[in-house]
Design a protein around this ligand. Sequence first.
Ligand SMILES: C[S@@+](CC[C@H](N)C(=O)[O-])C[C@H]1O[C@@H](n2cnc3c(N)ncnc32)[C@H](O)[C@@H]1O
Length: 261
Amino acid sequence: MPERSPSEMFNVAASSYDRLIGRYAGRLAEAFADAAGIAAPQRALDVGCGPGALTAELVRRLGADRVAAVDPSEPFVAECRRRNPGVTVQLGAAEALPYPDDAFEAALAQLVLHFVQDADAVGSELRRVVVPGGIAGGCVWDFTGGMRVLRAFWDAARAIEPDAPDETNLHFGNEGEIGRQLEASGFRDVEAGALDITGEYDDFEDLWAGFTGGVGPSGSFCMSLPEERRAELKAGLFERVGSPEGPFSLPARAWYGLGRA
Ligand SMILES: C[S@@+](CC[C@H](N)C(=O)[O-])C[C@H]1O[C@@H](n2cnc3c(N)ncnc32)[C@H](O)[C@@H]1O
């Protein structure tokens, strides 16, 4: 597969993102915000906000004027602004957050750490923008099996193309990695665990449309295949998600890590 940078993989329409991952993101945001104990009157930052699922959850808990969001993808920044009126959404990366020191009581990165270029820089930036005693951390999919649709996708991909990239190899794809990074970045009281949610599908075509939008590593791989190979991938994926007829749901697990600055 031709290498695509995170900025290329996420320079896509928010509607495509919604079909693949966005359908899970709202529920994950609620679980992650619960784990982080997000409550008024905190000020909170959504790092790598995408179209804004976690931003919306933070707004629901804190109000738009106490929430900020940042992402390097222009279409996602525009969509996050549209979906979250009153929130200041900036273009920028987690490695160089465009905020002063001690600006927030909480800074959270949902499904972002896989894609950052420099995890140490992100750790120090999270620590810098959060007040002493404030909370920061991230959550990422469990690619070892808990995030069922992506695991099934990569198993199907490997069956037709043994060299297919597998997101398990992205950093932070395994249990405990976020907690270890937070400790290395000087956070204390580090806590780690799993967040379990489900995603709902109208039918298998609804699931497949998520991949043909070309979003992220899986969508990029899917659209890099010639049509015939893509049809084989589709058949393999259909089997691996249980050959569903009509509506169905799939479980999804994310690992999270949180620490105090
Ligand atoms: C899977 S999406 C998650 C979006 C959103 N947080 C959510 O939960 O729906 C990954 C996001 O990370 C962003 N991203 C990629 N590299 C980044 C970086 N270095 N710093 C911050 N965000 C980054 C992408 O633009 C994309 O919006």
